[in-house]
Design a protein around this ligand. Structure first.
Ligand SMILES: [Zn+2]
Length: 81
């Protein structure tokens, strides 16, 4: 007899459900935090990605966007001198 595979543990879909339910879990600090509504434990996993080409401006960090707009403003004012 073959056993049916049972889903064990927390899968990613369930975590998404928690978010979709509108549960606000404070995930600051990087440790596991328990949702007070559904008792689900959540943790934010930060992922670092790398790319050598320039990403779209809207995908840049706000700091980078600010730096770029300042550089652009400076370039324009230099051009009009
Ligand atoms: Zn929840």
């Amino acid at each position: 007899m073959k056993e049916k595979k049972k889903k064990t543990g927390i899968d990613k879909e369930e975590l998404a459900f928690c978010k979709r339910r509108g549960h606000k879990v404070s995930l600051s600090g990087g440790g596991w935090a328990q949702c007070s509504y559904c008792r689900m434990w959540l943790r934010e996993v930060r992922k670092i990605e790398e790319r050598s080409d320039e990403p779209p401006v809207k995908e840049m960090s706000s700091m980078e966007q600010c730096r770029r707009s300042l550089a652009e403003a400076k370039r324009i004012s230099d051009d009009t001198k």
